[in-house]
Design a protein around this ligand. Structure first.
Ligand code: NSS
Length: 431
C-alpha cells in the first residue's frame, strides 16, 4: 500500500522515465482534447497532462469528470517542459480515481477569512498552510535538538492543575470529579520541582490562557517551550535565551529555505544575531512616555505598548527589571532594588512584541511565603511549590517561549492563528 514516489521525486526523475503518483487534484484546465491537472501531494505540485488518445480512454473520461481535491493515482512519463511549473510535466497514460470529491470543493479564490477559518479542516490542504506547518515542525525540531545537545532533558508535565502560575484572571476552569481544577498556563512549577532531580529540563506542550484579548497575538491555547535550570541566575538564563533564539532563527534560515519560498519569505540569521539590546523597564517606560503613550510606573505593558516599543528595535531585545506589581509572585526581587524583579522578557522587533517571558525564581522559603501573602493568594494552594524551598533550595531560573508567537514574527503572519493547524481563540473552538 505504500506510496513509491512523491511529487518531489518526479522533479528529480529522468526525462522519459515512468512514474506513478498519488495525490489530490488542486486545479484542472481543459484545452479541447487536452486536460491539465495540478496534482498536489505533501511534497509539492506537478502538472499532469491527460491527452485524449494518449491516455487510455477511461483515464480521459475520469479526468473530465473528477472534481477538485479528488484523490487520484496517475501513471505517466516524465517530460521536461519549461512552460510547466517547476519545468517538469507528467504525461499521463493512466488515471485512476481513488477517492472522488462528492461535491464541489468549497475552498476557492475570493472566499472570506471567516469561511476559511470555519473550513480550516479543508483549508489546511493549501500549499501555504502546508508550508507553515512544515516550518513549524522544523522550528520545534531545531529547538529540541539544541536543548538535547546542551544537556537539557525533555519532561512532560500535567495539563490539569490546581493553582495559577500566571495569575487567576486567565485560568480555564475544569470540573474535576466534583473538585475544582484548571488548565495549565505554564508548566514552570512542575519544572521547578523536576530540576532537583534532573537539573536542566525543558517541555514543549500546550498552555492555556482564558484571555478575552482579541489581538493578533493572543491564542487561548498555544504551544509553550519552557526551560528551567538549576543553579542559574537571571544573567545565565538570558544567555540561554539568546543562543536558543539565534539557533532557531539560523536553523530555519538554512533548513527551511526552500519551504519559505512557497510563502515568498526569506529568513536571515542576522535578524536574530546576538547580543540583544537590554532595556530596563524604567527605560522602556521612558521611551513610551516620550512617544506620548500614557502609562504609569508599575503597569504591565500590553499589546499596544509592546508594539510601539518594539518598533524602535531592529533585533530582538530584552526588557528587564519589571516592577514586582506587574509580574507574578514567584519572580526573584532585585536585591539592589526590591521594587523590581530579576526578570527578562524578550521582545521581537518591528511591532511584534513579546516572544519569551522568564527570569530568576525566588528560592528562599520565607521570601516566597511573604510574596504569596502580599499577592493575596492562599498559601494552601501553593503548598507543594513552597515545600520545594524547604530541602536544598538553590538559585534557579527559566523561561517560556511561545512557538506561535515566534512563527508569527518570523513569517510576518497577519495573525498568530495562521501559525496553528486548528487555532483556538476566544471566538473559535471549531473546527
Ligand atoms: O506568561 S509568560 O510570559 N510566562 C510564563 O508563562 C512563564 N511561567 C514561563 C516560564 O518562565 N517557564 O508566557 C511565556 C510566553 C510569552 O512570552 C508568549 O510567547 C507566550 O508564552 N504566550 C502566548 N502565546 C500566545 N497566546 C497567548 N495568549 C500567550 N500568552 C503567553
Amino acid at each position: 500500500m505504500f506510496k513509491k514516489y512523491y511529487v518531489k521525486d518526479a522533479f528529480l526523475s529522468e526525462e522519459g522515465s515512468e512514474i506513478e503518483l498519488i495525490g489530490w487534484v488542486r486545479s484542472k484546465r481543459r484545452h479541447g482534447r487536452l486536460i491539465f491537472l495540478d496534482l498536489r501531494d505533501s511534497t509539492g505540485v506537478i502538472q499532469v497532462a491527460v491527452k485524449q488518445g494518449v491516455s487510455d480512454s477511461k483515464s480521459f473520461e475520469n479526468a473530465l469528470e473528477i472534481g477538485l481535491e479528488s484523490a487520484v493515482m496517475v501513471r505517466g512519463i516524465i517530460k521536461k517542459d519549461p512552460r510547466a511549473h517547476g519545468g517538469v510535466e507528467l504525461h499521463c497514460n493512466n488515471l485512476k480515481v481513488l477517492g472522488p470529491s462528492l461535491e464541489d470543493f468549497p475552498i476557492r479564490k475570493g472566499v472570506g477569512l471567516k469561511f476559511l477559518l470555519d473550513n480550516r479542516h479543508l483549508h489546511l490542504r493549501s500549499p501555504k498552510v502546508v508550508a507553515i506547518m512544515k516550518i513549524r515542525s522544523i522550528l520545534m525540531d531545531i529547538a529540541r535538538r539544541w536543548l538535547r545537545d546542551n544537556g537539557f532533558i525533555e519532561i512532560n508535565c500535567p495539563t490539569f492543575i490546581t493553582a495559577a502560575v500566571e495569575g487567576g484572571a486567565t485560568l480555564f476552569n475544569v470540573e474535576y470529579f466534583g473538585r475544582k481544577a484548571y488548565l495549565t498556563q505554564s508548566v514552570q512549577f512542575y519544572q521547578e520541582a523536576a530540576i532537583y532531580g534532573l537539573e536542566k529540563v525543558y517541555s514543549l506542550q500546550p498552555s492555556f490562557r482564558a484571555e478575552l484579548s482579541r489581538t493578533r497575538r493572543h491564542l487561548t491555547e498555544f504551544w509553550h517551550l519552557e526551560v528551567e535550570m538549576a543553579y542559574a541566575e537571571l544573567e545565565d538564563i538570558m544567555k540561554i535565551v539568546e543562543v536558543l533564539v539565534y539557533t532557531m532563527v539560523d536553523g530555519l534560515s538554512r533548513e527551511a529555505r526552500d519551504i519559505l519560498k512557497v510563502l515568498g519569505k526569506e529568513i536571515k540569521s542576522e535578524m536574530a544575531e546576538p547580543p540583544y539590546p537590554r532595556v530596563k523597564y524604567s527605560e522602556a517606560l521612558q521611551i513610551l512616555n516620550n512617544k506620548g503613550v500614557q502609562i504609569n510606573w508599575g503597569e504591565d505593558f500590553g499589546a499596544d505598548e509592546e508594539r510601539i516599543l518594539s518598533k524602535e528595535f531592529e533585533k530582538p531585545f530584552f526588557v528587564t527589571n519589571y516592577p514586582k506589581e506587574a509580574k507574578a509572585f514567584y519572580h526573584m526581587l532585585d536585591p539592589t532594588d526590591p521594587s523590581v524583579c530579576l526578570n527578562a522578557d524578550l521582545l521581537a522587533p518591528k511591532g511584534y512584541g513579546e516572544i519569551v517571558g522568564g527570569g530568576q525564581r525566588i528560592h528562599d522559603y520565607h521570601l516566597l511565603v511573604e510574596r504569596i501573602r502580599e499577592n493575596g493568594l492562599n498559601i494552601e494552594d501553593y503548598k507543594w511549590y513552597v515545600d520545594l524551598r524547604r530541602y536544598g533550595s538553590i538559585p534557579h531560573s527559566g523561561f517560556g517561549l511561545g512557538i506561535e508567537r515566534m512563527l508569527w514574527w518570523l513569517l510576518e503572519l497577519p495573525h498568530i492563528r495562521s501559525a496553528c493547524l486548528f487555532p483556538r481563540t476566544p471566538a473559535r473552538v471549531y473546527p
